[in-house]
Design a protein around this ligand. Structure first.
Ligand code: ATP
Ligand code: SF4
Ligand code: MG
Length: 321
């Protein structure tokens, strides 16, 4: 199978008055058609920024400063904005933004909001758009009559289904879902994840699902990428990462117990805070929190080590010397 998406050496920095925030710093990974990649990491590790970069919607003062994003054989970083808007954004790659269900327009009916997407991208009339919206609502498990509802008349789970419907409207081969279940209760979380998985299978879509909840991601993803302080520190099949994690940070994440009600990840296994991304620690960025840190970890960045079955880790412990 060919890669649908290949990201190489991607760097996305925010140029703030306080300094350069290296939010995504030399990230590489690829994704094949029909695969689900879970992207896990603590708050501030650069997960959303990576998603924005794939949509070329990094908010100022952020910028893609280096690297390549190849999608269906085309380089996206150098494509003109007009091309990108016409062919890629929403049609090729769409994104369910973090917290999007709370930014639906409160004074506009659901059907009309979905119809806007069809009008903007396919030039459909409002009538045709609302007709398509009804079908879409069915696809995401909602009553088509909800086209006439306003956002405040829907539950959180229903609103998230609407947001998913909008991301799927143009049948993109790749959907990025940024914290799609955060702020929903556990039962609804499971329903939304099942919905995403079902839709992904039916349409043979690829998905990148972003979450701070690694156990949740492991259930739904084929592959997992673990992000720490702007870098992917470990990558592999879900099974491998879950059963035999190699990076001390991943091991800590798996030991940690995220509390069900709060959005914050409480790391039982890893004391300390993620670093400042303006002046990240030298060497391995995880060294100040790592129980296994050695001298070399404080000085030199760990190189990539390939373990079996495409399992990749960036840690000095994995380097055979
Ligand atoms: P969360 O789990 O909280 O959503 P995240 O992994 O999605 O976190 P990002 O939102 O991508 O992390 O942020 C990565 C880094 O970039 C953080 O240090 C953050 O403070 C910084 N950052 C994000 N947006 C901006 C911005 N608009 N301006 C400056 N810095 C930013
Ligand atoms: Fe810990 Fe060193 Fe591995 Fe970093 S490279 S995770 S500090 S052992
Ligand atoms: Mg985020």
């Amino acid at each position: 199978k060919d890669n649908l998406l290949s990201v190489s050496n991607l760097k996305v920095y925010y140029f703030t008055s306080g300094g350069i925030v290296k939010a995504v710093d030399d990230v590489s990974f690829s994704l094949k058609r029909g695969e689900i990649l879970g992207l896990a990491g603590e708050s501030g590790s650069g997960k959303s920024t990576l998603g924005y970069a794939l949509m070329r919607l990094v908010p100022p003062p952020g910028k893609i400063v280096k690297g390549s994003i190849k999608f269906m054989g085309e380089e996206l970083t150098s494509m003109s904005e007009e091309e990108f808007r016409k062919r890629i954004r929403w049609k090729g790659i769409s994104m369910i933004f973090q917290g999007a269900m709370n930014s639906l327009n409160p004074v506009m009916k659901i059907g009309d909001q979905i119809a806007e997407v069809f009008k903007l991208h396919l030039g459909l009339s409002k009538e045709e758009g609302v007709k398509r919206a009804r079908e879409l609502l069915k696809t995401v498990g909602l009553d088509p009559e909800k086209v006439n509802a306003y956002p405040h008349e829907l539950s959180g789970g229903m609103k998230q289904r609407v947001v998913i419907a909008m991301a799927l409207a143009l049948n993109p081969p790749l959907v990025i879902a940024d914290e799609p279940t955060t702020a929903l209760d556990v039962v609804v979380q499971a329903q939304i994840l099942n919905l995403l998985k079902t839709l992904q299978r039916e349409k043979n879509m690829s998905m990148i699902i972003i979450s701070h909840d690694l156990s949740l991601l492991a259930e739904i993803s084929d592959y997992l990428a673990i992000m720490y302080a702007g870098k992917i520190v470990e990558y592999g099949s879900s099974d491998t990462i879950y059963k035999s994690p190699s990076h001390p940070y991943t091991i800590g994440l798996l030991d940690s117990i995220p509390s069900l009600s709060s959005e914050k990840t409480e790391l039982k296994g890893i004391p300390g805070e993620p670093p400042d991304l303006i002046n990240p620690p030298p060497g391995c960025r995880f060294h100040p929190r790592c129980p296994f840190a050695m001298d070399i970890c404080r000085k030199e960045e760990p190189p990539m080590t390939k373990l079996e079955n495409g399992h990749i880790v960036f840690c000095w412990l994995a380097v055979k010397r």
